[in-house]
Ligand binder design. Structure first.
Ligand code: AMP
Ligand code: GLY
Length: 429
């Protein structure tokens, strides 16, 4: 069978790599892919980005089904277009993808369906937004309504910072249409976790839990990034909390979408803020929805899948996800992102990658911002690689991951030295 994965990041490399383990696979094509997703017999890049071209390719190559990695094509309706063409594709429709592509849509949806989230208001007028901010006090969070590639959220510790963010988003048009409206919401305290499920419109299959590290530097300092590393499972999500998340967040979301006449298909990612306390009483709130797998969460999650992932997707595409299951490796998976010099503001490109840690059963280097130029592997984006390992404990996983990092060399590489710190026994109160 031939499959198509759309995207170019580490998430797509991990997804395509795992799908390609299936004995049923002839080729997994990745469009447009990166320096790690092409060149092998079972993994090949196709240099296509346009939806019409991708549809033609899927028809011509008799692609069994397509999986969409990033949010941008989902938000513009690639799933609708493939379905109209009679092609099987896993992802949400354009309407359903609004859970990610419009923060205002997501917040109103959560309010309407009783899904716990921070109190908020939406504004188009800067003066009204500022008056609301002054009334609520700091810290407070200002979010651009639309997709802004990670640049749309300001967690303001002072009123000044919050009102400046409003001026920036609503005033100077620098975020384009994404900044035409802002959501202002209460600051939430706690620990974040990523809870990702697969949906077929009726049923839900939960993936293993994970935790990302959004800030550039150790100790959660420095600017926000797309994610500097992740691990799975996230021990904060105990079985009891898992049940609460399904009951209080995930099922109300999929049932709410169905009730609104927009059945949700695809990956659904709830970014959660988990407050302090005992499992039965700690607060559980949705920070955001994403309509896709997380990146870099997907890399450790894919490392832990032991059974044939193509069969799981086939159930998801046939509306029989209730009959599917995933056999999870009991080990901890941990991935450390190596970013380019200058990331996140101005990553340098074209730097040769001089050394890679060899892949093994328990160690994979997933590529993101890499490409091959005249036979040489060079950097081509901000997050370059994600070195991902499996080990028996979080501590061993850290050791193995940082051993692999030391074997991975390109000039100016940046990485965090503390991925997984919250899961270490010493980090617990
Ligand atoms: P988002 O792009 O919505 O995931 O937001 C980026 C990051 O901002 C999140 O991962 C959180 O760390 C932080 N954040 C977003 N909303 C809030 C909130 N209401 N309270 C505290 N932190 C937040
Ligand atoms: N790692 C967070 C995200 O994919 O949005």
């Amino acid at each position: 069978m031939k499959l198509l994965v759309i995207g170019a990041g580490g998430r797509e490399h991990a997804l395509a790599w795992r799908l390609a383990q299936s004995p049923r696979i002839q080729t997994v094509y990745v469009a447009p892919g990166n320096g790690g997703t092409g060149g092998a017999s079972q993994l090949q890049n196709v240099d296509l980005r346009d939806t019409a071209d991708l549809i033609e390719f899927a028809r011509r190559e008799k692609i069994a089904f397509t999986v969409v990695g990033p949010e941008a094509p989902l938000a513009t309706g690639i799933v609708d277009a493939f379905r109209t063409a009679g092609l099987r594709i896993f992802g949400p429709t354009r309407e359903a993808a609004q859970l990610e592509s419009s923060k205002d849509y997501a917040k109103a949806f959560m309010q309407r369906h009783g899904i716990p989230t921070a109190a908020y208001e939406t504004f188009t007028d800067p003066a009204a937004a500022k008056a609301y901010i002054l009334g609520r006090g700091a810290p407070i969070v200002v979010k651009a309504d639309g997709l802004a590639a990670g640049k749309g959220v300001v967690v303001a510790t002072t009123l000044d910072e919050a009102t400046t963010a409003v001026d920036h988003m609503l005033g100077d048009g620098s975020l384009g249409a994404a900044g035409a409206r802002v959501v202002v919401e209460d600051f939430l305290e706690g620990e974040e976790a990523s809870f990702i499920v697969m949906c077929d419109g009726h049923h839900v299959l939960a993936l293993a839990t994970s935790q990302d590290h959004k800030r550039l530097r150790d100790g959660d300092q420095g600017p926000n990034t797309g994610g500097m590393g992740a691990y799975s499972p996230a021990p904060i999500v105990t079985p009891a909390l898992h049940n609460r998340i399904m009951r209080e967040v995930i099922l109300p979301t999929t049932q709410g979408m169905a009730r609104d006449g927009i059945p949700y298909t695809g990956f659904l990612y709830a970014g959660l803020m988990i407050g302090p306390g005992a499992d039965a009483s700690r607060s559980l709130r949705v920070l955001e929805y994403n309509c896709r797998l997380g990146d870099p969460e997907a890399q450790p999650i894919m490392m832990r899948i032991k059974n044939d992932l193509t069969a799981v997707f086939e159930h998801a595409l046939s509306g029989t996800l209730d009959q599917a299951s995933i056999d999870w490796d009991r080990r901890t998976a941990l991935g450390v992102v190596l970013a380019a010099r200058g990331y996140p503001e101005a990553p340098s490109r074209g730097t040769p990658i001089t050394r890679l840690a060899p892949d093994t059963e328990a160690r994979m280097t997933f590529h993101a911002g890499t490409e091959r130029r005249d036979g040489t592997l060079v950097t081509s984006g901000g997050r370059v690689l994600c070195v991902t390992v499996l080990a028996d404990s979080i501590r061993r996983a850290q050791q193995a991951a940082y051993d692999a990092v030391s074997e991975t060399v390109f000039e100016g590489r940046q990485f965090r030295g503390d991925i997984g710190w919250r899961a270490l026994p010493a980090a617990k109160p």
